[in-house]
Write a protein that binds this ligand. Structure first.
Ligand code: HEC
Length: 147
């Protein structure tokens, strides 16, 4: 009887740490996806500042990464991933999930619209900054500030 209880308790502890591992993996996956956004934004950012020659194909590749990420990201904030893996995600994501998801949808739609409207350097300069404004806009509300 006592031994059975120990086994059951060990099983529960084991299962909950498996769940914790899965949650940390989900958090790590979304953080990785976010790093991909930064990487994708780097070359167009340098082009905007005139530090790098305009390259339409590179801009389009970045916009595709933005659009793909916007589709995937909302699935990587399931309930149960509020804490762990040094997440910077704020609790407001889960209390205001509809708005958080809407922000991703808008970012994705803006990236897709820019894919269609950016055809040269002038249209790039006119349309790209509006797309990346979403980064700071969302972080302002939903990401903890670094100390
Ligand atoms: C709709 C909301 C939203 C949008 C849009 C968004 N982010 Fe984030 N971002 C987050 C949240 C939430 C986190 C915190 C994730 C975590 O730590 O679990 C984050 C984290 C990050 C991180 C840190 C990743 C790490 O190393 O842990 C970077 C870098 C980042 N975002 C870049 C960007 C860039 C660049 C863009 C725009 C091109 C962008 N994000 C757009 C919500 C957003």
């Amino acid at each position: 009887m006592i031994r059975g209880m120990f086994v059951a308790a060990a099983l529960v502890v084991g299962l909950s740490s498996v769940a914790a591992l899965a949650q940390n993996a989900t958090i790590a996956e979304r953080q990785q996806l976010m790093k991909g956004l930064s990487q994708a934004g780097r070359a167009p950012g340098a082009m905007l500042k005139g530090e790098q020659a305009f390259d339409l194909a590179a801009v389009q590749t970045s916009l595709k990464t933005f659009a793909d990420t916007a589709k995937k990201a909302p699935t990587l904030f399931p309930v149960g991933t509020e804490t762990g893996n040094e997440t910077a995600a704020l609790p407001k994501i889960w209390s205001d999930k509809a708005d958080f998801d809407a922000k991703w949808a808008k970012f994705g739609a803006d990236a897709e619209a820019a894919q269609a409207s950016i055809k040269d350097e002038a249209t790039f300069k006119a349309n790209f900054p509006g797309v990346v404004r979403a980064c700071g806009g969302c972080h302002e509300s939903y990401r903890a500030k670094k100390n």
